[in-house]
Design a protein around this ligand. Structure first.
Ligand code: ZN
Length: 379
């Protein structure tokens, strides 16, 4: 799983004069055994670099070590990820191997620093969800993220047993005490959430429990936490089956993500209709990508479109032989939308893959722009 801490650690990788090799390699889910040979192909150019006399000897030795380290790591089992990213600076004893849940374009970069943009882009697409199941005495916490649910502990009112004793008291007093204990417990839950939020452990919250008890907790949450509650789900507070809890929480997160996509598509189309800074349709978005104008790119999920790319200046189009900007021959690609996505990430924009049914299906892509598009070059 891709963790923020991993990216932080990778960002701190410092070659201190030696190059850092970053390599991203896709795994074909239909042919996972082909992965090592794919990585081997990708390493070809790096091997050439290790013999480049223009490069400092220590740099060449370090790169040679990087190639060896990656070849070794590649034989480890990679069952689930769609992409594996390697970061290596063997001369400084640095190596990281990261599995990504999405396909990222194969690429290697040799630089003074690691190349992390694709990691950041993948991370942007997932919401870190804190899941809790509460009743008036107990709370259980999990983190749901990138198809994994990890336990984050429990809270139990320390006076639980004493409160059972209290049944000997007069009924109204017991009830009163129950209310007080429940409130105290909910405040402790809120406190715990506030502390974890302060450490940026999650972005959104899904709350499960019984219909009449959930609002009691929500009432005790401070505004900033309340705003992060994207949905609630009903489940028995003592539900033991984690699959049930996870399934309901995933429904909450999915619904939230679809709604967020719908909102982004609607806002972008409205902005475009009002003549604002937005592009709608593949042709304008490709031009926006080529001119680094895209802020947020919305892409219809799982739609591919063949096209052409200029490797000199980044011109992209659905078809053509010659680049209208520089006149060089164009390279054909099976999916020009993928080229667009990479170019937006390269230029510091963000990308959202839209799964929800929205008008984007007919436009394929839409984007908010940082500045108006320059006029299209003509052949
Ligand atoms: Zn060109």
């Amino acid at each position: 799983m891709l963790e923020v801490e991993t990216i932080d650690r990778i960002l701190r990788m410092d070659g201190d004069g030696l190059p850092v090799l970053s390599l991203y390699a896709r795994i074909d889910p239909d042919d996972r055994r082909a992965f090592p040979s794919r990585v081997d192909e990708l390493l070809h150019e790096v091997r050439l670099l290790t013999k480049d006399p223009d490069l400092d000897r220590n740099a060449r030795l370090s790169l040679r070590g990087d190639v060896g380290r990656i070849v070794e790591a590649v034989t480890e089992e990679h069952l689930h990820p769609r992409t594996v990213a390697f970061f290596s600076c063997s001369g400084r004893g640095l190596f990281e191997n990261v599995e990504l849940p999405r396909a990222v374009r194969d690429r290697h970069v040799v630089d003074a620093t690691p190349w992390v943009r694709p990691l950041v882009a993948v991370l942007d697409e997932y919401h870190r969800c804190r899941v809790l199941v509460v009743d008036r005495r107990r709370a259980r916490f999990w983190d749901l993220y990138q198809d994994e649910m990890v336990e984050r502990g429990k809270l139990r009112d320390p006076d639980l047993r004493k409160s059972d004793y209290a049944y000997g008291m007069r009924e109204y007093a017991t009830r009163n005490k129950d209310e007080l204990l429940a409130k105290r417990h909910y405040r402790a839950v809120a406190q715990r959430l506030a502390e974890d939020a302060g450490r940026r452990e999650f972005d959104i919250i899904a709350v499960g429990g019984q219909e009449h008890e959930i609002p009691e907790l929500l009432d005790q949450l401070p505004r900033n936490l309340r705003d992060r509650v994207v949905g609630t789900f009903q489940v028995h507070p003592r539900e033991e089956d984690l699959g049930t809890i996870r399934g309901r929480a995933e429904e909450v997160v999915d619904r939230y993500e679809r709604e967020e996509e719908e909102r982004q598509v609607a806002e972008t189309l409205e902005r475009h209709a009002a003549g604002g800074l937005a592009a709608v349709g593949l042709a304008d978005c490709l031009w926006g990508g080529a001119t680094s104008a895209v802020g947020l790119l919305l892409v219809q999920d799982e739609v591919l479109r063949p096209g052409v790319v200029c490797d000199v200046d980044g011109w992209m189009a659905a078809a053509g032989d010659q680049c209208p900007v520089c006149g060089n021959p164009l390279r054909t690609t099976p999916d020009v939308i993928d080229e667009l996505v990479q170019s937006v990430i390269d230029e510091g924009g963000s990308v959202e893959h839209v799964v929800a049914e929205t008008p984007l299906r007919e436009h394929l892509t839409a984007a908010t722009l940082r500045f108006p598009l320059p006029p299209l070059p003509t052949d």
